[in-house]
Ligand binder design. Structure first.
Ligand code: HAM
Length: 430
């Protein structure tokens, strides 16, 4: 089915299919989520990294030529200099590219809040532009770093108040373990190609592991006895994974081992994990996922450098917060609302003076009626309304009226207004 390529001109424009505008007050919650994440990962020593929103297409090709993300979903284009570029579909490859370019001291621990683009079939919780909160830690192969990264994501959700979440854990082994296992699985699937759902059978050659976590009944029936990667781990990988599991147990983070957990990107080695919300529809229930990618930096031209991280979709996290009734929208935070029905000079000047003094101030516009401006003042969440009617204007004063707390309204001289308001706010906050 082809989609129309442009909106007929008689209709107003809309945001492109699979994208959405985030408006206040929802955006306030969004901002609070990013702030909570920044504070949370900041306490673990992660610093913000800002990468370009587009990269040379080759940077993303390293995520796996066989994966859907690379084969079907890339927003790639040629710029005016004929460079083949792509909008980033995720954050990890760009971070690894930046590591290769700048060679920072290791371990290099960074976080990001990154718009990401994938040409997917849009539905609730699946967008063509989504936003990931993520961390990456490069330069250490220590399994305790895996524990730190998984715990960071787990504890972030706990901090938000999410309870109906499950951590699913697997290991992909070393690069060599994984390569051997892919060959074994491919042989296994070829022998059963006729029994698989055709949509899965076509993945056998380019991405056989992805068949393992298929939800299609015919495939599930056909591959019940497929070899498990966790039975094929080298001693090195098995030891690493054991230490990771022991760490999670020590931190009392519950997890379910799932040897069929196959992430959608090919760069993973050793620990892989997803956190699933039981409060969301199964198709979009993974709110965060990640793992080790010990070969990625080298594949991008850098020195052999291990790495691990996760990405978590802002939209899905907020959907699961809604479903669990947690992490409410923050209340509006304005301190003062200036209501002026006497020509607007005081509202114009006082609102700016207040902001210069560090006080959050809003005001009415367009000479609206007292009633209408007082309504706006109520909606703004302001603690105090500063009222200027014709009487106040004539007397050179303003009326201060607390909107939520007990207390008489009173008039103060216009010239003292900023200081009086600051004092009143300080008193009200006690
Ligand atoms: P991913 O599993 O492809 O991993 O995406 C991470 C998270 O982004 C998902 O769990 C989901 O919450 C969200 N997400 C992905 N695609 C969409 C979409 N189309 N609409 C809404 N949300 C979406 C990665 O991207 C890896 N870079 C994670 C990682 C970091 N691994 C190591 N470090």
């Amino acid at each position: 089915m082809s989609e129309p390529t442009s909106t007929p001109r008689s209709e107003p424009f809309k945001a492109p299919v699979g994208t959405r505008d985030v408006l206040p007050p929802e955006s306030g919650r969004w901002q609070a989520l990013v702030g909570a994440f920044a504070a949370h990962v900041g306490r673990a020593g992660f610093g913000l990294v800002q990468n370009p929103m587009f990269e040379d297409l080759g940077v993303f090709a390293r995520m796996g030529e066989g994966t859907d993300v690379v084969r079907k979903e890339m927003y790639d284009f040629r710029d005016k200099g004929d460079r083949h570029l792509a909008l980033r579909p995720e954050g990890t490859a760009s971070v690894a590219r930046a590591f290769v370019q700048h060679r920072p001291a290791t371990p290099w621990k960074v976080w990001y809040a990154a718009p990401s683009f994938r040409y997917e079939r849009p539905q609730a919780g699946r967008y063509r532009q989504h936003h990931q909160l993520g961390v990456e830690a490069l330069g250490s192969a220590d399994p305790d770093l895996d524990v730190e990264v998984v715990a960071l994501l787990w504890d972030f959700y706990a901090r938000l108040g999410l309870q109906r979440v499950e951590l699913v854990l697997n290991s992909m082994g070393t690069t060599e373990d994984r390569r051997r296992y892919v060959e074994e699985i491919r042989r296994y699937l070829r022998a059963r190609a006729g029994e698989l759902d055709p949509a899965d059978a076509e993945k056998i050659e380019h991405h056989p592991m992805r068949v393992l976590d298929s939800k299609r009944p015919a495939t599930i029936d056909a591959i019940g006895d497929a070899p498990r990667i966790t039975d094929r781990l080298s001693d090195e990988a098995a030891g690493h994974f054991e230490r990771v599991r022991a760490g999670l147990v020590a931190l009392e983070i519950p997890f379910r081992l799932e040897p069929r957990l196959v992430r959608g990107l090919d760069y993973y080695t050793h620990t892989t994990f997803e956190i699933v919300s039981e409060a969301l529809d199964a198709a979009q229930s993974t709110i965060g996922g990640g793992g080790r990618y010990d070969g990625l930096v080298e594949a991008l031209g850098g020195p052999p450098t291990p790495g691990i991280g996760f990405g978590s979709g802002v939209e899905r996290v907020l959907l699961s917060c809604d479903a669990e009734g947690v992490f409410a929208e923050p209340e509006p935070t304005v301190d003062v609302f200036v209501v002026d029905t006497a020509g607007g000079d005081v509202a114009r000047d006082l609102s700016v003076e207040l902001r210069r003094a560090g006080i959050a101030a809003e005001r009415g516009f367009d000479g609206r009626s007292m009633k209408s401006q007082m309504k706006s003042a109520g909606r703004s969440g302001a603690e105090v309304a500063v009222i200027v009617g014709p009487d106040e204007a004539a007397a050179g004063c303003v009326t201060l009226r607390p909107l939520h707390a007990e207390g008489e309204q009173r008039q103060v001289p216009r010239t003292d207004a900023v200081g009086e308001i600051a004092e009143l706010l300080a008193r009200l906050s006690h």
